[in-house]
Write a protein that binds this ligand. Sequence first.
Ligand code: ATP
Ligand code: MG
Length: 587
Amino acid sequence: MKASQFLVSTLREAPADAEVVSHQLMMRAGLIKKLGAGIYSYMPMGLRVIRKVEAIVRDEMDRAGAVELTMPVVQPAELWQETGRFEKMGPELLRIQDRHGRDFVVQPTSEEVITDIARQELRSYRQLPKNFYQIQTKFRDERRPRFGLMRGREFTMKDAYSFDRDQAAAKASYQVMAAAYRRIFDRFGLTYRAVAADSGAIGGDLSEEFQVIAATGEDAIVYCPDSEYAANMEKAEARAPQGPRAAAAETLTRVPTPGKSTCADVAQLLGVPLTTTVKSLVLATDVTDAQGAIVGSRIWLLLLRGDHDMNEVKVGKVPGLDNGFRFATVAEIVDHFGTRPGYLGPIGLKKPVTVVADREVALMADWICGANEEDFHLSGVNWGRDLPEPALVADLRNVLEGDPSPDGKGRLAIERGIEVGHVFYLGTKYSQAMNATFLAEDGKPALFEMGCYGIGITRLPAAAIEQNHDERGIIWPDAIAPFTVVVCPIGMDRNADVKAAAEKLHDQLRDNGVDVILDDRGERPGAMFADWELIGVPHRVVISDRGLKDGQLEYQHRRDSAATKVPATEMFAFVMRALAARQTAGA
Ligand code: ATP
Ligand code: MG
């Protein structure tokens, strides 16, 4: 490819709305162009990266026995009504109408359509297992589209769906996909982690996210450096402290804490560690009558240690809170606690509430909490003596760095990641809702056991950049670079020897299947190098008049601090070796 024929369009400055480095660099390197909030054109340079990502995904999906199809972007609402998602899904689902006023959705994912296909096409257990996938445009009307392709509204996803005859077979299909994902992410040449994720109501451990490790990632991922344990923050279990609760040593005391409404302020005022304080979070669940009308509410008091944060997913699994909960209103709080938020606690309530203690809090003695009176706290609080034992004890909190690993093999560490893939065992959630059955071996209809498997095709390049860049620009792994090699001749228009050498090397590399671009734009060397460093092409060859006189060309990898002189006659072989070495190193 000649740069003069291609579109090389770089910018000195990133637009003001580009907050993260991948967004800035993608804009500056001319990979994408914004059309609207969360909606981008994939420019020629960016599309080359996306196509390489797709090719690797397609290759490994095919090898794993999945079969490709394409489902429509615009889908009739009827199918989405069958599963109830047309109503349930909220504003992220883009609903549109045609000229006849019929409802449609723009696919955010495609469980409904694939299940509809399966119930028509897969009639017998003999046709199972089957795994269908597509690489297709998705639309999600995200509340906060941001970070360029990282969280777009229109984006490309690879979504795959497995259909199996029973649970055991579905789990096997899941494992085949999880293994294929490992191969895919290995081939991208990125540092990543597969982490256990929450599997919603289904339970079990058959949900994993593939996270590209990057300091700027939105997700906190938890792992144990001494074992294989890895989970996302939602899922990572805080182990119950071992041993019995300490005996009460202090008397219950009402202490003035004027204006100190947070645990941190109270701990500082009293000169005690934050870990001796307990915070109160008040939740509510609505009580409905037989018709579903809201007739009242039930109030819940969650107690967490002062330095701990509530984990909403875990709270959503507490019996009674598992059908949805909300934070209590100030009116509800005043009604039950007799005071406004800031000084709440479980002692001296106006009306009964259900107390749920975090595992850690349930084992504390001599703790501090609000006195249900403005500007006062209680110290020396003890379960059993000052208040009844908690109604419920559960894991309610996010783990902290240094907490014991749930597998008992060390301590937890936390790092940031970007979710680029997700494998998920679905069970019969969709087949049941859509009555999707096949004839089982016993001749009776049975529901498909399903799994779904996504990869954020267009998020992946953004994640790769977050992980691999420097002050000069992007550093692509070979596998997904827009071009693997750039040939930079200096003064090509003035020097026939330079031109001939550059074209010869370019043609040789091209003819050997290398993605090479020859910069024949006639830019000055400084500007030319800056462009390719910004774009992040991993291998560069510079051809100059002066070097050629000594029979030398210069090779430099994007991560090298200096160029290597290579005899002109050997440069082709040298580059081929450099590419092969990178391939075996998986970069
Ligand atoms: P997130 O928590 O980041 O919103 P999700 O759980 O909604 O992701 P899935 O429904 O599992 O995502 O979709 C599969 C993959 O699609 C994700 O792993 C991610 O890589 C990608 N993806 C999801 N939403 C977006 C988006 N708005 N823009 C780009 N890629 C996305
Ligand atoms: Mg999402």
